[in-house]
Design a protein around this ligand. Structure first.
Ligand SMILES: *[C@@H]1O[C@H](CO)[C@@H](O)[C@H](O)[C@H]1NC(C)=O
Ligand SMILES: *[C@@H]1O[C@H](CO)[C@@H](O)[C@H](O)[C@H]1NC(C)=O
Ligand SMILES: *[C@@H]1O[C@H](CO)[C@@H](O)[C@H](O)[C@H]1NC(C)=O
Ligand SMILES: *[C@@H]1O[C@H](CO)[C@@H](O)[C@H](O)[C@H]1NC(C)=O
Ligand SMILES: *[C@@H]1O[C@H](CO)[C@@H](O)[C@H](O)[C@H]1NC(C)=O
Ligand SMILES: *[C@@H]1O[C@H](CO)[C@@H](O)[C@H](O)[C@H]1NC(C)=O
Ligand SMILES: *[C@@H]1O[C@H](CO)[C@@H](O)[C@H](O)[C@H]1NC(C)=O
Length: 516
């Protein structure tokens, strides 16, 4: 700490207007997160950039926040310098290798959102053994590519073809991370699988003779597997179906939400998607409104080929927040659509999922979304919508809690910070010296974007749109510690209890209807 350094320190007292923490003892971490919300929610006219402050002391119901000691740093941009069309594009050799941030003490940075705690859980299988080269090599059974970072440069060895541009935009995302935090990622090798479903079965790695599980990155996991979850490609754009980078979509949806108030929206549950990827979705379609029945569901089939031919006019995501309730149902695995649905301000009705992505595990039923049964979808949907229309205030709160989560905790800065911490924690476990394998090529933003072609120019457009302009002048947020086993158990119990509670309400609702 910089005592006596002569840097100005301003003290600011924010009284808490209600005892916020009845349930359990408070950690500084939760308080910090709380403060960010209190300040953000409470003082829209008096905006305080909370990233500039940290909690100095905590006395009776008063949080004292003091300004961080800082040194002034000039933002720089790393321009994308492209060679002319007929020359082979190479990577520049003058990328900054380090960059001074303005916060001198990185540990004084705000604590990251709670979902970062799952990084520790995902890495738990290797915590005591570490990660050996043999383990990494064994992940090549299904990997799409191996990504190597050495001395801040990225290299990729391709093993198989990815679906669409999943690999391209995933690698692009990691290259942007390197631009954002130069010199801050360790040397490492990761194996990445861009297919949908997790494959590293934990049951294969039990028993006395079991080998250590291969560490494999992918977009989702489930309770039977050990695959590590990583943000999916669509955060940087899904060029095939014209879904823009997440940053742009968040802005569009925010604007859209402002124009379409919850109360003025259609009082039904909406879903639009491709039902042919999973039985679960076919089953959902049975709940559509017809002359004979109305389960409060309005369901539509997304025909991507037709929409592509029509220039995607019907599939603008920000225009799809016109219903009070929106259904999320998994496809072949988790679905990219989840974050767009949750951002709407509508109540998200989540059909009991099997898979999780990197942020979902921290969301709570009834607080952020409404749980819907998988085995009795229509009745469950009908009840959910009726309940919401009869509890409008609470329903709007649920919608708002989810959209605030998307806007605040899932903003792009945190996506990069999540990748940063996941890769750094992973790097700490490596027991071997990473090396560049034969057949790997160096990749950088220039090589990927300068001459990117295809998909009617959307590939290049989305890359330019999501390009990180230059190094961050602030440090990443501080990763929270792992869950205490008791706290994790309590968290999971709370989730299960909420779901049980809704099932009880639902049962009561149908019993009373049938009596009439
Ligand atoms: C916090 O404030 C109290 C009361 O002013 C003081 O006794 C205590 O030493 C302070 N703690 C720290 C860590 O500064
Ligand atoms: C509690 O707060 C009051 C009012 O701000 C202050 O006068 C008092 O000293 C505080 N008590 C402690 C133990 O810090
Ligand atoms: C690139 O090559 C093509 C044909 O090979 C030629 O017509 C074109 O003028 C060249 N462009 C530049 C910028 O050199
Ligand atoms: C995967 O690793 C094994 C063992 O190291 C090796 O024999 C095999 O060629 C690798 N497969 C691929 C696709 O690289
Ligand atoms: C473990 O390996 C030993 C020696 O190869 C073998 O005798 C034993 O049956 C194995 N145990 C299991 C559970 O596979
Ligand atoms: C919301 O809309 C109102 C008018 O419709 C406008 O004055 C206000 O600036 C908008 N707010 C945001 C955050 O876009
Ligand atoms: C569901 O019902 C609506 C209203 O009748 C209709 O427009 C829509 O096409 C139906 N969806 C499906 C998948 O049949």
């Amino acid at each position: 700490m910089l005592h006596g350094s002569g840097l100005a320190r301003h003290f600011l007292e924010i009284p808490l207007w209600r005892p916020p923490l009845k349930r359990k003892p408070v950690t500084t971490a939760t308080l910090l997160v709380l403060t960010v919300f209190l300040v953000a929610a409470f003082t829209s006219s008096l905006w305080i950039d909370t990233s500039r402050f940290f909690i100095e002391n905590l006395t009776n119901k008063t949080i004292i926040i003091s300004e961080k000691p800082k040194i002034p740093i000039k933002k720089i941009e790393i321009p994308l310098i492209c060679t002319s069309e007929n020359q082979t594009q190479t990577c520049p050799t003058n990328y900054p290798k380090t960059f001074q941030t303005e916060d001198l003490d990185p540990s004084s940075n705000p604590v990251c959102p709670d979902y970062f705690r799952w990084i520790h859980e995902d890495l738990l299988p290797w915590k005591s053994s570490g990660i050996t080269r043999d383990m990494v090599e064994r992940a090549n059974r299904t990997a799409t590519f191996r990504l190597i970072i050495i001395g801040g440069k990225a290299y990729v060895e391709n093993y198989r073809k990815a679906i669409q541009t999943r690999d391209v935009f995933t690698i692009w995302g990691i290259l942007q991370l390197l631009r954002k935090y130069p010199g801050r990622l360790p040397d490492l090798e990761i194996m990445f699988d861009t297919e949908d479903r997790p494959v590293i079965k934990s049951s294969d790695y039990h028993g006395p003779n079991a080998t250590g599980p291969p560490p494999l990155f992918r977009y989702c996991g489930d309770k039977e597997t050990l695959d590590m979850v990583f943000p999916d490609w669509s955060f940087w754009g899904w060029a095939e179906i014209n879904i823009k980078p997440w940053d742009s979509i968040l802005k569009d949806i925010k604007q859209g939400n402002n124009q379409s108030k919850w109360i003025d929206r259609e009082p039904y549950a909406y879903w639009k998607g491709n039902p042919f990827v999973a039985d679960n979705r076919q089953d959902l379609l049975k709940c559509n409104v017809s002359d004979q029945q109305d389960w409060n569901a309005r369901l539509f089939i997304q025909d991507w080929i037709l929409e592509g031919q029509q220039g995607f006019k019907q599939s603008n995501i920000a225009d799809q927040c016109t219903y009070r309730y929106k259904i999320y149902v998994e496809g072949y695995a988790w679905s990219v659509s989840e974050k767009y649905i949750l951002a709407c301000d509508s109540v998200t009705l989540i059909v009991q999922p099997q898979f999780y992505d990197f942020f979902m595990r921290s969301m709570q039923p009834v607080e952020h979304y409404w749980p819907v049964r998988n085995d009795d979808k229509c009745k469950s949907l009908k009840f959910a919508v009726d309940w919401g229309n009869n509890h409008k205030k609470k329903a709007q709160e649920i919608g708002k809690a989810a959209s605030s989560f998307m806007q605040e905790q899932l903003k792009m800065d945190y996506i990069y910070d999540y990748m940063y911490h996941l890769l750094n924690e992973y790097g700490k476990l490596l027991k071997f010296e990473p090396r560049i394998p034969e057949g790997a090529v160096e990749l950088c933003s220039e090589v990927m974007a300068c001459h990117a072609e295809g998909l009617e120019g959307r590939k290049k457009k989305f890359m330019m749109e999501s390009l990180v302009k230059g190094p961050s002048i602030t440090n990443p947020c501080t990763i929270p510690p792992p869950y205490e086993p008791k706290a994790l158990a309590a968290f999971v119990r709370r989730k299960i209890n909420s779901i049980m509670q809704v099932k009880k309400w639902e049962k009561g609702y149908w019993e009373s209807l049938n009596k009439q």
